[in-house]
Every structure is written in C-alpha cells, then in structure tokens.
Ligand binder design. Sequence first.
Ligand code: 7PM
Length: 276
Amino acid sequence: MQLNCAGKMLDLNQPAVMGVLNVTPDSFSDGGCYLQPDAALRRAEIMAEEGAAIIDVGGESTRPGAPLVTVQEELDRVLPVVERLTQALSIPISVDTSKPEVMREAARVGAGLINDVRALQAPGALDVAVTSDLPVCLMHLRGEPATMQQAPRYSDAVAEVYAFLAERVQVCEAAGISRDRILVDPGFGFGKTLEHNLRLLRHLNRFTDLAAGVLVGISRKSMIGLLLNTPVTERLSGSLAAAVIALWQGAKIIRTHDVRETVQALCVCAAARAAE
Ligand code: 7PM
C-alpha cells in the first residue's frame, strides 16, 4: 500500500516516521526555532537523513490556551517553508492545518498530504481536500484546543473516537476522497485524560479497519510526562515505548520530534512483528 503525495510516494508497507517541524513561535517543545525557511530546511534535511518518510509542517499551535492564529499569519509562516522543503527534499511534506485557505495554498506550492486535527470539519475544508487530490489525515479532537483538557468525559472513549472517525471517513468518501487516500488518528492528548489516552493506545488495533492507515502522534506529550513525572525534555524513552506499542497495534505512521531514535525503535518492533 502506497500513498501518492503529490507525486512522491509514501510507502505504508514499512513503518513510516513523520518528522515534526513546528513553524510557530510558541510550540511546547521546539517552538520558535524554525520560523525561517533556511533554519526549517536545515532541520528537515537532518530529519530526512535520519530516516523520516514525511515531514509535517505546522503553523498553528494547538496547545491548550495558545492564541488563535489568523489565516494570513498561518499562511505567512507555513507557505515559504512548505515550498522550500518540497523543492529541496525527495520525501513528501505534509501541512498540519485546519484552515481551507492554508490547505489550498500549501497544495499549490507542493504539499503532499493534508493533516487536519479537526478532520476537515471547518467550512470549506472538505471541498479543498477533495479538489487537492492529496491524501488526508483525519484526527479526533474533543472540544476546542483552548478548553479541550478541562475534564474531558466519555462514556466509552474508544467507541466514541471510533464512531467519530468512521463518520468522518464516510463523509469524505461521499465527497469524493476514496478510503485509500485517508489516514485516521485518535488524537492523543486532544481532549483526553491519561486514562482515555491509555485505553486508545491499548485498543489502537480496532482503528485499523477504518481507512488506509492509522497515524499516531504521542511524541513528548503530557501523557508521557504524567506517567514518568518528567518535563518535556525528558520524555524520549517513554515516547519510544508508546511508538513501539502503537506500531505493534497496527499503526502505519508515527509522528515524532525524535526521528533517528524512533526509526530505530520501530525497526526492531517491525522485525519482531514480521517474524513467523
Ligand atoms: C502544542 C500542543 C503544540 C500540541 C503541539 C501539539 C498531532 C498532530 C499535533 C497528532 C496529528 C504536538 C501537538 N499533534 N497531528 N498535530 N496527530 N495527526 O504534540 O497527534 O505536536 S500538534
């Protein structure tokens, strides 16, 4: 199984690592460093060298309490970087956005995948995604980033996240995005308690029948910090353990800040998983 990302292929037959490139001034673990296209390209080249299969460029901080970003601000941050990276690298570049204008312009300058934490629910987003012909990642988010961590409640988190993603996949299919260009993501940390996140990880294999693949982002997130009682700079080992569990449970793409280490951990996991 391969995804056609604007002409660059993303192979889902082996674990794919998605390297995170934040182009926000305030992102929680590596913010402010990669606002300049030159700095962004240097960082992306390192991640590609380390084995990233795709680079995810994000210009909207979805951290709880983060200021909202205007369309123009997000375009100004994201477009120069997406354009530069697309030209310079042989791997596809994904754009982490919920705004249809940003999706459209990013696609125009060569983005290979639309990664939307709001699952194409913003007015106009679905149409842009259909027209772009790009693969999409649909993520589950409960509430709004500003308030999503204020006591999120579910009667059954796994069933509710599954039902939401199944519905969004159906809506996308009806609009003309075939299932084989759709990825789904339970959205670790997005309106979930530690217990919800752990149940989603434990039962991640249930999501694999929904679309072409499951993508997960757990790298450095607070669920790791809560389990280990460590700050964001000391969550690598925990993040690797979570990445291995996710792969074992059938995830195809792991989104991470630490590409080299994640590629190595997943290499061992995939070998064991493939053994007879
Ligand atoms: C502040 C809070 C900054 C949270 C950044 C974040 C995901 C994503 C993000 C994910 C998909 C982060 C997040 N997380 N896209 N974008 N899945 N598909 O930790 O889990 O990087 S932003």
